[in-house]
Design a protein around this ligand. Structure first.
Ligand code: ZN
Length: 354
């Protein structure tokens, strides 16, 4: 082999070695405590995150993970029960290690919309079992554990719209959305809220419950979990604070359908932030009982979340004090931003989740 070819081969091998190494770091960091190098902003984190979100390697990793998790949880990570209203059925689908996709069925017309279908096969099997026609896909953000099934599902259901933000590279995107957009698919009416922070294009969808005599439903992706919030990969604490405020302003009875089953872990962490909070203690106990039998913990409501979720409680003096936030000037947004940053940092060193 000529020296030039040797150099090319060496560079290729080095790239693959670095890439695989970085992905391994990314995986490791997703479940365990972070080190300086793998924290957001750290060198290895940046490489791993770039490869995961922007290259084929990320998708290959996702497919490998799907196979692994299907073997680990042949029946899904949680036991789920659809929630039914008049003419509407909301069906959580447990996918991967702790993700939820949601199939919303209009039971009058036997049509459905799916939110964040990371596993095309599992979602397709569910649609076939339910004998419903798929009308569209809503995507909260680009991460493969939310959008990984978009392209395959779209190829099976020709001409269905795929909604999501154009600021995120969402697979199969046909209908870019903006803040306050109204989406009508069949009889379903959604409002879009642009909620950047976790990713730069993260968006959430609110289903109008009125036609079904139901409360509204928020599909919150990785912005809001039960007792927690997603990591700030692509946004500042101030950006995230404003996104969290957006959902805080929804009606208190709005149902919260999060992207992950993180409730137990998140509420345990919340106890370190606000140990005297009775609502928090009660919710943790309720969640622990549910999880003993691997039962799903969703939905909660916005009203409930405001009582115990530390990421929505940054205006609480007690939390600011417990987080050691000291700002002389009486600037409420500044204090709350500093509190959110401190809660986030504390959570990341407590247990590291995506
Ligand atoms: Zn995510």
């Amino acid at each position: 082999m000529r020296p030039r070819n040797n150099r090319i081969m060496f560079s290729l091998a080095a790239f693959i070695f670095l890439g695989v190494g970085a992905l391994l770091f990314y995986r490791r960091y997703s479940a365990k405590r972070s080190s300086m190098a793998t924290r957001p902003g750290g060198f290895l984190f940046k490489i791993g995150y770039f490869l995961y979100t922007r290259t084929r390697l990320g998708y290959m990793y996702h497919l490998k993970n799907l196979t692994k998790m299907r073997q680990k949880f042949p029946e899904g990570h949680s036991v789920v029960t659809p929630v039914e209203f008049q003419g509407l059925k909301i069906c959580p689908i447990p996918l991967l290690e702790d993700n939820y996709s949601y199939v919303l069925i209009d039971t009058t017309d036997s049509v459905a919309v799916v939110v964040d279908p990371s596993d095309a096969e599992a979602v397709q099997n569910f649609l076939t079992e339910e004998n419903v026609k798929l009308l569209g896909i809503l995507t909260t953000h680009k991460h493969w554990d939310h959008s990984g099934g978009n392209s395959t599902i779209k190829s099976r259901h020709r001409n269905i719209p795929v909604y999501g933000s154009s600021s995120d590279s969402i697979p199969g995107l046909t209908h870019p959305v903006s803040d306050e957009d109204r989406i009508q698919i069949g009889n379903f009416n959604f409002t879009v809220k642009f909620t950047p922070g976790h990713t730069r294009g993260h968006s959430v969808y609110i289903l109008d419950g009125t036609p079904y005599s139901a409360p509204d439903s928020l599909f919150s992706g990785d912005l809001l979990f039960i007792g927690g919030s997603g990591r700030m990969f692509e946004g500042s604490p101030l950006t995230m604070l404003r996104s969290l405020d957006t959902v805080c302003h929804l009606r208190d009875d709005t149902l919260v359908w999060p992207g992950h089953e993180y409730a137990r872990d998140d509420l345990k962490f919340a106890m370190t932030v606000e140990p005297d909070n009775i609502s928090l203690q009660n919710k943790l106990k309720w969640v622990e009982d549910k999880r003993k039998e691997r039962l799903m913990t969703c939905p909660s409501t916005i009203g409930e979340e405001k009582l115990y979720n530390p990421f929505l409680r940054t205006s609480e003096g007690k939390i600011q004090q417990n987080m050691g936030v000291k700002i002389e000037k009486d600037d409420s947004e500044k204090i709350r931003t500093a509190t959110l940053a401190a809660v986030r940092q504390s959570k990341d060193s407590h247990s590291y989740r995506l």
